[in-house]
Design a protein around this ligand. Structure first.
Ligand code: SF4
Ligand code: SF4
Length: 449
């Protein structure tokens, strides 16, 4: 039987998973961590520590700044040095808590042992509270607070929980390694989420280029005797890990423009989020660390490393042999949706998944020429948009028509840019136009209130 995939657009870039054999290993603690209060979608968290305070690993250092917001915890034990603005990966100032590292003493009540806890608490309200207190956010890129996502609005009902194990971006391998090395914890995390959602069907969506992970998770599900869970091997195709694309692939349902997955009965959680849910609920362990892939053809020490949140990127790179001589660009995330890093002194966030090092010849873009109306960008767009048209409207500054042509639905996957024979910087132009249109839409919604 043909493997499932999504039905509109998509491309097949080389997967370049050159770090796939590298087991996740912990890095030493840095001398200082810099913990941003803006690590999630929604209101930034509010600092609850001040310079001079002593903190332990897992102790909250910032509390939610609104309903859609999340707790942030210290990732080390030490002394708070400062609370103030500091430049993030993009070079923008963010409120940051600077902590001098003095040890690795964990806050009381956190289980740091390797013992697997399989018995799931029965009280779903208590589970959601533990997820909230653990500062769990979506780690597949969106960083949406998980306790909010797991509380569907009244009138909506989840029918299927999809655990996103696609990792369809080229180069990235931390989710793949997590599936192999923490499969039990990920499956129990999924079982917890499934219970909260009403014991719904649960599908692990994993692309066919990760056969070891597919086999391992099937074994774990059978070994743990988890009910209502299955693994679906999906055809490799980018951007299958996009929420709407994965729902289409697994459930054959289309999420409408501006609608949420729950509108078609779906909730999607990433593999790393499922692990974070296990940690928060079964071990009382908040998010204080995450797995990051360091890769690229010019990077000699391919690695998947476990680092504490707030570790400076320059420290991580130094631990792995330093900056490669021929690297001219470092990207946070994958080559398709990742963002170029403007500041290597910036520190990791909960959602940091990868540092990708590129040589000059890998960053050169061909000279842009005129659109030849070949339609390849529209064929490749997984959201059914017409990138050539959006590009034209953006250049004309026609905000009304951009909105009417659903620029706000763009998931910034880069398939259009990848496919364009005229080398038109479609993604850059459309991304900026989308931001402008979203601003107008938000202002309009606020005026209506
Ligand atoms: S970046 Fe946006 S417009 Fe381009 S292919 Fe992806 S969704 Fe479509
Ligand atoms: S792929 Fe490029 S050249 Fe072809 S229609 Fe789209 S914008 Fe024009």
């Amino acid at each position: 039987m043909a493997k499932r995939t999504f039905s509109i657009g998509g491309i097949h870039p080389h997967d370049s998973k050159i770090s796939r054999e590298c087991a996740i290993r912990p890095l030493p603690l840095p001398p200082t961590v810099y913990i941003s209060v803006a690590q999630h979608i929604g209101a930034p968290a509010k600092p609850i520590v001040a310079p001079g305070d002593k903190v332990k690993v897992g102790q909250p250092v910032a509390e939610p700044g609104g309903f859609v917001s999340a707790f942030i915890h210290s990732s080390v034990s030490g002394t708070v040095k400062s609370v103030g603005p500091r430049k993030d990966l993009a070079g923008n100032n963010q409120m940051t808590i600077e902590i001098a590292v003095e040890g690795d003493e964990w806050a009381e009540g956190i289980d740091t042992s390797d013992t697997l806890v399989t018995a799931i608490p029965e009280d779903n309200k208590a589970i959601l509270e533990k997820i909230r207190l653990g500062g769990v956010v979506g780690l597949g890129g969106a960083t949406f607070p998980t306790h909010v996502k797991l509380s569907p609005p009244p009138g909506s009902k989840c029918e299927c929980l999809i655990i996103n194990g696609c990792e369809c971006e080229p180069y990235l391998t931390s989710d793949f390694r997590t599936l192999l090395e923490k499969g039990e914890q990920v499956v129990i995390g999924a079982a917890i989420i499934r219970q909260v959602l009403g014991n719904v069907r649960c599908v692990f969506g994993i692309e066919e280029n990760k056969p070891e992970a597919i086999a391992h998770i099937r074994e774990v599900i059978a070994k743990l005797g988890c009910e209502g869970m299955e693994v679906m091997s999906l055809k490799k195709r980018y951007p299958q890990g996009g929420e709407k694309q994965l729902i289409d692939a697994v459930m054959h349902r289309q999420v409408g423009s501006g609608a949420l997955p729950i509108s078609v009965g779906a909730v999607v959680q990433n593999v790393a989020t499922s692990l974070a849910v296990y940690d928060a609920v079964q071990k009382n362990k908040p998010i204080v660390d995450n797995s990051i892939t360091l890769t690229g053809e010019c990077f000699p020490n391919q690695a998947n490393v476990l680092v504490r949140v707030g570790t400076p990127l320059s420290f991580i790179i130094d631990q792995l042999g330093g900056m490669p001589a021929d690297a001219v660009k470092v990207i946070s995330g994958g080559p398709m949706m990742g963002k170029a890093i403007a500041n290597l002194d910036a520190a990791t966030l909960k959602g940091t998944s990868s540092l990708l090092f590129l040589r000059a010849d890998q960053t050169v873009r061909g000279e842009a020429s005129n659109c030849i109306r070949c339609g390849r960008c529209a064929d490749a767009c997984p959201m059914g948009l017409e990138p050539f048209l959006l590009n034209r409207l953006a250049k004309a500054g026609d905000m009304d028509k951009l909105e009417a042509n659903a620029v706000q639905d763009c998931i910034e996957c880069g398939c259009c840019l990848y496919s364009c024979p005229a080398n038109i910087p479609l993604l850059d132009v459309i991304r900026m136009a989308k931001a402008d249109v979203m601003k107008i839409m938000r202002a309009r919604a606020a005026a209506k209130k």
